[in-house]
Design a protein around this ligand. Structure first.
Ligand code: GLC
Length: 462
């Protein structure tokens, strides 16, 4: 009888929850479509962002033309000098793979309008200067060959096209004469949509399209976004899109009559908690992050993040159900700066031992702790011991539920113990890599020592 009551009660809870979660049918269908489409991507968790373009020549970041308010004529010398003779996409792809990344996103065109692909709609492209070369194609082939998923960044902002007005941070924003010209917006949209169509039709399967970015009234239908996306999805039904055709508007991506993106894009920041919409549903998200403080190559920027900070950031993102898209800015020769290579290789070493606590993992059932984070994949709960902590880490209330604890570093069984102190709740237990009284304070992995807690599957194991 008791059991019967419980079943009724559970059904009630589940039903009311879903009624609240899905305010209407179109929301529910958007939700299901987006969750299915992004499934591989949410499992991948870690990707490489690549900002590469002629701005690597002045070596002051990709906003150089805007920051210096250069005219297209003044900027031309950098286009002329951009000759990435050491560009070898296979090296980039191998590095991404070695770092444990599962996908990548390359700037096919950034705000300066210069194209790394052989667009038929402009001469403002690499193949005008390096005949026979299409860097986008080379990138796609090299990354696919390493088994990575491929994405393209495309700037809807264009500081070069004659019909793109001097709005926002356009280099000629203060040039009144420039502003008085006639701008044929529809002609620009035709060009922009045309280029995106080239990208999604001439290069095989594209896994991700990363649009950048909306501001002020330049968002949503100003870009004719719905038409743009319908065209993209016609050619590539499974492609994943970010949300920057609309900006980070706050409202739910599932709510829209026609969703203009599949995931949120916090920039240089990690949300405090999983990102949820107003109905309490989780929204897929990806933090994009620079390795120093610049996206495009900046010769003087040596403010590199440590491998430790990168790994902690990745774990932090995963523990909140998010991805990390970590940027490299190759120099004008096409080479990824040595400090970036070193950091990524270190990250790769950690990932090769601990990757299972990242891929396909997400929000854990336990809250974050003062010694680190948890991540979880089904009945595998991963305890990330990231910060110095004496005496072992305390897994509260999990002694009963835990079958076994494995140290990922070497696959050995970890030392678990209960303690007369702090163990008022007899279901608490502690983990260290050595047994009492010789607790290890130097952990085998000083960046993040990970334990896999294999939890009892309540239904089958009890
Ligand atoms: C910003 C910047 C851009 C960079 C991007 C990465 O939108 O304008 O330069 O590519 O962020 O998220």
């Amino acid at each position: 009888m008791k059991k019967y009551l419980l079943v009724i009660l559970t059904c009630f809870v589940v039903n009311t929850a879903s009624a609240q979660d899905f305010p209407n049918k179109s929301y529910q269908s958007n939700y299901e479509t987006i969750m299915n489409r992004t499934e591989w991507w949410r499992q991948a968790r870690f990707g490489m962002f690549i900002h590469f373009g002629a701005y690597a020549v002045p070596a002051s970041g990709e906003w150089f033309k805007s920051n210096k308010k250069l005219t297209t004529e003044e900027y031309q010398k950098y286009i002329d000098d951009f000759n990435p003779d050491l560009f070898d996409a296979r090296k980039w792809a191998k590095l991404a793979k070695e770092a444990g990344m599962k996908y990548a996103v390359l700037t096919a065109k950034h705000h300066d309008g210069y194209c790394l692909f052989d667009s038929k709609l402009t001469d403002y492209k690499i193949s005008t200067y390096m005949p026979e070369r299409d860097l986008v194609r080379e990138y796609l082939e090299a990354f696919r060959a390493e088994g990575l998923k491929v994405g393209l960044y495309y700037s809807v902002i264009d500081w070069h096209h004659k019909d793109y007005p001097n709005v926002g941070n356009h280099p000629q924003r203060e040039d009144e004469g420039y502003g008085k010209q006639k701008f044929d917006w529809d002609n620009y949209l035709k060009y922009m949509h045309g280029q995106v169509e080239e990208l999604v039709t001439n290069y095989g399967n594209i896994d991700i399209m990363w649009f950048d970015y909306s501001f002020g009234e330049y968002k949503g239908e100003k870009w004719k976004s719905r038409e743009l996306i319908e065209m993209v999805r016609k050619h590539q039904p499974d492609i994943i899109l970010n949300n920057r055709l609309v900006g980070d508007g706050g409202s739910s991506i599932f709510d829209a009559e026609y969703p203009l993106g599949d995931f949120n894009t916090p920039e240089q920041q990690i949300p405090e908690a999983p990102i949820k919409d107003q109905y309490g549903n989780l929204i897929p998200w990806e933090t994009c992050l620079t390795l120093n403080n610049s996206w495009g190559y900046k010769a003087t920027d040596s403010d590199w993040k440590s491998p430790q900070l990168v790994i902690h950031t990745l774990v932090n993102c995963v523990s909140k159900g998010g991805n990390l898209l970590l940027n490299v800015g190759p120099n004008a020769k096409g080479v990824i700066p040595e400090p970036s290579v070193k950091i990524l290789q270190e990250v790769g070493k950690w990932m090769s031992k601990n990757g299972e606590s990242i891929y396909a993992c997400g929000i854990p059932e336990l809250p974050k702790t003062d010694w680190g984070r948890y991540t979880q994949n089904g009945n595998k709960l991963y305890a990330h011991w990231m910060y110095p902590h004496l005496g072992g880490i305390n897994i509260k209330g999990y002694a009963e539920k835990t079958k076994q604890v494995i140290l990922l570093h070497d696959g050995s069984e970890a030392h678990t113990f209960t303690s007369w102190w702090g163990n008022q709740n007899k279901d608490n237990f502690f983990i260290n890599v050595k047994a009492y009284p010789h607790f290890a304070y130097q952990l085998p992995d000083d960046i993040d020592t990970v334990f896999r807690l294999e939890l009892k599957n309540v239904e089958s194991d009890q």
